[in-house]
Write a protein that binds this ligand. Sequence first.
Ligand SMILES: Cc1cc2nc3c(=O)[nH]c(=O)nc-3n(C[C@H](O)[C@H](O)[C@H](O)COP(=O)(O)O)c2cc1C
Length: 380
Amino acid sequence: MALFSPLSLRGVTFPNRIAVSPMSQYAAKDGYASDYHFAHLARFALGGAGLVLTEATAVEERGRRTPGDLGLWQDGQIDGLARIAGFVASEGAVPGIQLGHAGRKASERRPWHGQTPLNEEDAALRDEAPWPAIAPTSEPYGEGWPVPRAMEIGDIEDVRASFRAAAARAREAGFRVIEVYAAHGFLLHQFYSPACNTRSDAYGGDFEGRIRLLLEVASDIRSEWPDDLPLLFRISAVDWVEGGWELDDTIALARALKQAGVDMVVCSSGAIGGTATPIRMPVAAGFQAPFAQAVRREADLASMAVGFIWDPHFADALVSDGRTDMVALARELLNNPNWPLHAAQALGVDDDYGRWKPQFGWWLNKRERLIKKLGLRGGD
Ligand SMILES: Cc1cc2nc3c(=O)[nH]c(=O)nc-3n(C[C@H](O)[C@H](O)[C@H](O)COP(=O)(O)O)c2cc1C
């Protein structure tokens, strides 16, 4: 079964093609990982995923989306993450970290506090005061959002240095994959999308100008990140707005990223915000997978499909048909952290709980045999 075949990128071999898609928990204090983050990610390693990616981890304090985001902008933040990476690796999964910067989407309330900009109320209620954001231009994310400060060259240099320093810390923490968060309307997406970037300097204007910062960040990280470890970029393959970023742009970007040392592109889509007219997203099972397929085929670069994937047979077909190299799941893994282990059973590659840790599998196999012997299936 293709879903359970290993995949090698540089010196790293993923034991299967299932990745845990980054899922922000908004549970960090001052960017520090806690026992909560350990438990959240540890269960996916126990559940059989091949790649366990952390949530978006901010490379600068002002680049957090919410006050609860994880961060890696200072050395003290390494230890908590190192504990997670160490455990994930000890369970046979590959530990990866998603590094990002929110740009104009910084200083936001958690989803359950409204997913709207922080204001003085949050400062009074939870000691979570708003902070100023930076972006390619001073256009806000949406109506009612604060006006970001348009970045000067010095700010761009600071952001580049922060990605580079965070990559060095990620290496020290023991991660074996970096995924750069360049999707969903966050800073790097704000740069490449024509629906947001109206700069007239070397970091704006035409396609080359708008992707410049991404290529620089890729090369900067490559200079810190060992040659035998893979570097991934997560992008919004289309903006779903009129006059926005399109799939052809994604293919051209993927080719350029490949030249800059990137090994895989993760194809999500949407969320650029701003004032452009939205185009309806055709949400359906695997609706973003054609983007991963196009990158793989047209840019000759490994790709990962994500979004509305939960059926093991469908996930397997995406890989076996050559539409993608890996699949990433988010919400289905919240529903069932053991999804990879159950998928192996559904696909017939594990009929005796042999893929489970013996601490679980020995008992479950024994129980299953007893259920069969006594004809107890059905709960009677
Ligand atoms: C709770 C939650 C938090 C998320 N946080 C992030 C994040 O930090 N970084 C990211 O790239 N995507 C994030 N996403 C998006 C997911 O990684 C994924 O792309 C999306 O949920 C679609 O996949 P699904 O249909 O399997 O859930 C988040 C999704 C959820 C449900």
